[in-house]
Design a binder for this molecule. Structure first.
Ligand code: ADP
Ligand code: MG
Length: 350
């Protein structure tokens, strides 16, 4: 049976496609839902094999879960858990979502030697102000912010927010929250009996497939051309996330800076790495690793990824304005590149 007409409601930052009562998504036609969250980030959902009884209210359930998570994890919402922790108002983490995100963040922080670090907030703030002022911060200002940054401030399990507050620290989950939210939407769909689904949040894609049907083909954005894909990667489940500076970089005094900051040096990552794509078991892991490997750069990042069995693809500038694409073995095997491009094996583990 084919899916009935999709009704698209676009209102006040929310775009929600609702299925009419009794609609069924069979093999080919998915139920599609669309939302806009976190001040403008699109969330797109496709769900296959939706039983009639479950189709109704599916959009509302996803929407409510996304709002709930935004209210917990967003640094921009003054009433969020993250904002309250950053103001020193909460000394323990009671919330299961925040605990899960911080636990995952702690693992990636440790494994990347602090290249991925959700306590990077004071440095993000510093560079945000620099962007507004049009002048880079001086060394003293960078050192002062750096003294309030460090994943170890959160303790071994990553949950010691009281200690973080005592050190004048703050949280920024921008490098992991979208991936976690994609996982959470998939969990809502799974709970409602959906057997195959894909969720994309601002370029982070997570999916599962319990039907035994065809694998998903996830596009990998060209790091320099917005309207082009570099290629596609085939995956049956898990997540594919790309970190790059192309979207939200900025310029100070003629020099381009990325929105990802190296917490170890306190300065934005250099522009010699264009993007990192990670395929992992879930969205939060893929998101955190993509950001962490982006900070480490192609050489160190690919060595670490290969050593730990993280599937990653690094795009760096090549000769004559060409791109060089370096990937770990597992990802190269599932990759189809466009325009006659080829991927080279990334550095193998030491
Ligand atoms: P995007 O949001 O563009 O998909 P990322 O997932 O790589 O990119 O996350 C970048 C965001 O993560 C930044 O905007 C900032 O909020 C935060 N961030 C910046 N540097 C780091 C870092 N070294 N570790 C963890 N999070 C970071
Ligand atoms: Mg990330």
């Amino acid at each position: 049976m084919r899916l009935g007409v999709l009704t698209r409601l676009v209102a006040a930052g929310l775009a929600l496609a609702a299925t009419p009562a009794g609609a069924v998504a069979g093999g080919a036609e998915p139920v599609r839902l669309e939302f806009v969250k976190m001040g403008g980030i699109p969330v797109r959902v496709s769900a296959w094999d939706v039983a009639p009884a479950n189709a109704e209210g599916l959009g509302g359930a996803c929407d409510a879960r996304l709002d709930e998570l935004e209210g917990k994890l967003s640094a921009h919402r003054t009433d969020s858990l993250v904002a309250r922790i950053s103001r020193g108002e909460l000394r323990t983490v009671e919330d299961p979502d925040l605990a899960a995100v911080l636990g995952k963040a702690a693992t990636v922080a440790r494994r990347t030697g602090g290249a991925f670090d959700v306590t990077v907030a004071p440095l993000v703030d510093l560079w945000r102000k620099a962007r507004i002022d049009g002048a880079a911060p001086n060394a003293e200002a960078i050192d002062a912010a750096r003294s309030r940054v460090g994943y170890r401030l959160l303790g071994v399990d990553g949950l010691d927010v009281g200690r973080l507050a005592d050190a004048g620290g703050a949280l920024d989950l921008g490098g992991i929250a979208k991936g976690y939210m994609a996982d959470a939407v998939l969990a809502v769909l799974r709970d409602r009996g959906v057997r195959r689904a894909i969720v994309e949040i601002g370029g982070d894609t997570a999916m599962y497939n319990e039907t035994g049907g065809a694998a998903f083909r996830v596009g990998i954005r060209h790091p320099l051309r917005r309207d082009r894909l570099l290629g596609v990667i085939e995956v049956n489940g898990g997540a594919v996330v790309t970190s790059g500076n192309y979207e939200r970089g900025f310029e100070i005094a003629g020099r381009r800076h990325g929105h990802v900051i190296d917490p170890r040096s306190g300065v934005p990552t250099p522009q010699d790495l264009l993007s990192v794509t990670v395929a992992a078991a879930d969205g939060s892991e893929a998101d955190a690793w993509a950001t962490g490997l982006f900070v480490l750069g192609a050489e160190e990042g690919s060595r670490l990824a290969a050593g730990l069995g993280i599937e990653a693809l690094f795009v760096v500038p090549g000769p004559d304005e060409c791109l060089r694409i370096l990937g770990t073995s597992g990802i190269i095997g599932r990759l189809q590149l466009h325009e006659g491009r080829t991927a080279e094996p990334a550095a193998s583990s030491p």
